[in-house]
Design a protein around this ligand. Structure first.
Ligand code: HEC
Length: 244
């Protein structure tokens, strides 16, 4: 009996090793091929062409958690008709890439804002990842409205019954309240002067401590601390301050 059990145990061990050998136990973690992984992303976009390529442009890009600079990237072309479906294929995504983002980068490939993220777990699931990101509104002004005005500025400029300095930065009102409108605070300046950030009270307020001049009671420099976001606002003004 003991002998039979021993033989049985040995054959079982043999079978287990065999299973290990043919690699089937690793089915869940697909090893990264030497050419890297590929992401195929499909989405419908509005507003891509509002970004001033090549200062800033919309890309599908791979990043590592330790850095803000894209390791690999592919430009997203503007669709011929707004809202048409576009498919972008990013290949050569090597092991060090821990997330892939549909985002905006600058000419140094530094990350500015993100619209859609494929995380590490999704990336580990296969060598060929296919995703549908839905409809993405990536317009430059829309991004400033959502990421800057709606998140911080409207607390004082619009969501309450009164707006600081009479300035409304809420979605429906912001563009016509700032572009080509005379500043109440900085004499002779517009709040936004299309084409010239240096002559725009909005950029001046966010980039310099204007509270040291007697005209201002509130220092705005802590409102936008992210350099990338500040440069996005500057680029938007420089390239015409359009409403898309
Ligand atoms: C905590 C309240 C507060 C927040 C938040 C705030 N502001 Fe203001 N803002 C003010 C006050 C108060 C004034 C009036 C200026 C003064 O007297 O100091 C002002 C004035 C301004 C002006 C000058 C308007 C003119 O006529 O020249 C601009 C432009 C402006 N803010 C933009 C912004 C932007 C953009 C943000 C978000 C990034 C923002 N503010 C966030 C309180 C705020």
């Amino acid at each position: 009996m003991k002998k039979i059990i021993t033989i049985f145990a040995c054959s079982l061990t043999f079978l287990v090793f065999q299973a290990c050998d043919d690699g089937r136990l690793n089915e869940h973690e697909s090893p990264i091929s030497p050419e890297g992984r590929t992401v195929k992303l499909t989405a419908r976009f509005t507003g891509i062409s509002s970004w001033p390529d090549p200062s800033m442009y919309v890309v599908l890009a791979g990043f590592n958690d330790d850095s803000d600079y894209a390791l690999v990237n592919k430009s997203v072309p503007a669709p011929t008709v707004e809202g048409d479906e576009i498919t972008i294929i990013l290949s050569g995504i090597k092991e060090q890439v821990t997330r892939v983002e549909l985002c905006v980068i600058n000419r140094l490939r530094k990350h500015i804002v993100s619209f859609y993220t494929i995380d590490e777990t999704q990336l580990a699931s296969s060598n060929d990842i296919e995703v549908d990101a839905g409809t993405l509104h990536v317009g430059m002004y829309n991004t400033i409205q959502e990421r800057v005005f709606n998140t911080t500025c409207v607390n004082c400029h619009g969501s309450a019954t009164s707006a600081a300095a009479g300035l409304y930065l809420t979605s429906e009102k912001s563009h016509s309240a700032i572009v080509g409108v005379a500043s109440k605070k900085l004499e002779g300046m517009n709040i936004v002067e299309p084409g010239d950030a240096g002559k725009s009270a909005l950029y001046e307020a966010l980039s310099t401590d204007v509270s040291i001049t007697d005209a201002w009671h509130y220092n705005h420099t802590a409102e936008v601390v992210d350099e990338g976001i500040l440069s996005m606002i500057r680029q938007w003004i420089t390239h015409g301050a359009k409403n898309d």
